[in-house]
Design a protein around this ligand. Structure first.
Ligand SMILES: Cc1ncc(C[n+]2csc(CCOP(=O)(O)OP(=O)(O)O)c2C)c(N)n1
Ligand SMILES: [Mg+2]
Length: 346
């Protein structure tokens, strides 16, 4: 006969956990580099919003404005030669944070042959195997299982790489995420699960949709440690990445990073934003803008306003050049309709 269930099982033995992350101690050059990358993402996304408004970008377009510190801080810690990245449809910022040329990203948005996915992927389906950037995925949560596959490959081939798999607070409620968690911990896969908690999944706030809204705890029943991080502070993001990478690279299995962040714009370009007030958005912008934060740090360290101004001008120029290129470069040839399409059984 099965034993009668006990009211509570004995507590699990104390398990080792990653250490407490510390804010990253950036040199002046590194801080300036973070500032540049974040500002490039902001200006790029603003321009993409304009081009969308002009009808030059078709289909979906999800902007990353407000969340810049997450991709920049985390990816700055990765080894571009070995590690892989995968994310959802809000992917322009992750591409830019990897140093991919803004021109080919903008040209992808406008559906041109010079785009990074030859103009056939658009905003949601950016891809670059050269940079070990595996998309760009429109199905909410799908990239998490694919990320577990990438991590399995890293482990199986012994290439020393780690996969960073990003997903949103809404995606954190998808079933396949938990199948991926289970396998990743069971097989001690080298993967960092990054939950970009920007507080909303389309028009639904995280508190309305999640019974456990402290998302860093979502791995508990799989024995995956979780860390909550200020995703508006690039140094906190980088510090958390260091801690997570140390754990994962030591073969101890996955880690969850919950990045507390905020998106300033609508879910996509066609979001009437009726589910939150303007005041709510403005309050975040005023108090915790990730770019203003770094700007203040730079000023405190004695970087001159003139230097920051000329940097800002250079970024505007770079973004304008990317937009001009994306408008002028040709569309794919009609014959491209028949390339990159599976026509055989595999
Ligand atoms: C499987 C699936 N269900 C629903 C959708 C429609 N959908 C697109 S985005 C989205 C919200 C996801 O929100 P979140 O994971 O928080 O990411 P964010 O947009 O905030 O970056 C939904 C429900 C989808 N694309 N795929
Ligand atoms: Mg979200």
């Amino acid at each position: 006969m099965a034993r009668a269930p006990r009211a509570s099982e004995p507590p699990l033995p104390n398990r080792e956990r990653p250490g407490e992350p510390q804010p990253y101690e950036a040199t002046n050059d590194e801080l300036l580099q973070f500032y540049k990358e974040m500002l490039l993402i902001r200006r790029f996304e603003e321009k993409a919003g304009q081009l969308y408004g002009l009808g030059l970008i078709g289909g979906f377009c999800h902007l990353y404005i407000g969340q810049e510190a997450v991709a920049v801080g985390l990816q700055s810690a990765l080894d571009g030669e070995k590690d892989s990245v995968i994310t959802g449809y809000r992917d322009h910022g992750h591409m830019l944070a990897y140093g991919i040329d803004p021109q080919v990203i903008m040209a992808e948005l406008t559906g041109r042959a010079a785009g990074i996915s030859r103009g056939k992927g658009g905003s949601m389906h950016m891809f670059s195997t050269e940079h070990k950037f595996y998309g760009g995925h429109g199905i909410v949560g799908a990239q998490v299982s694919l990320g577990a596959g990438l991590a399995f490959k890293h482990k199986y081939s012994g290439d020393g790489g780690v996969c960073m798999a990003y997903f949103g607070d809404g995606a954190a409620n998808q079933g396949q995420v938990y199948e991926a968690f289970n396998m990743a911990e069971l097989w001690k896969l080298p993967i960092i699960f990054v939950i970009e908690n920007n507080q909303y999944a389309m028009g639904t706030s995280v508190n309305r949709a999640s019974s456990e809204d402290q998302l860093y705890r979502r791995g508990e029943s799989f024995r995956i440690p979780g860390i909550q991080v200020d995703g508006m502070d690039v140094l906190a993001c980088r510090g958390a990445a260091e801690t997570a990478l140390e754990w994962v690279r030591a073969g101890k299995g996955p880690v969850i990073l919950e990045m507390k962040t905020y998106r300033y714009r609508g879910h996509s370009m066609s979001d009437p934003a009726k589910y939150r007030s303007r005041e709510e958005v403005q309050a975040v912008r005023d108090k915790s803008d990730p770019i203003e934060h770094v700007k203040r740090l730079l000023e405190e360290r004695g970087v001159k306003e003139d230097e920051l101004k000329s940097l800002e001008q250079a970024i505007r120029k770079q973004v304008n050049a990317a937009a001009d290129f994306a408008e002028q470069t040709p569309e794919p040839e009609p014959a491209e309709l028949y390339t990159d399409v599976l026509v055989e059984r595999y």
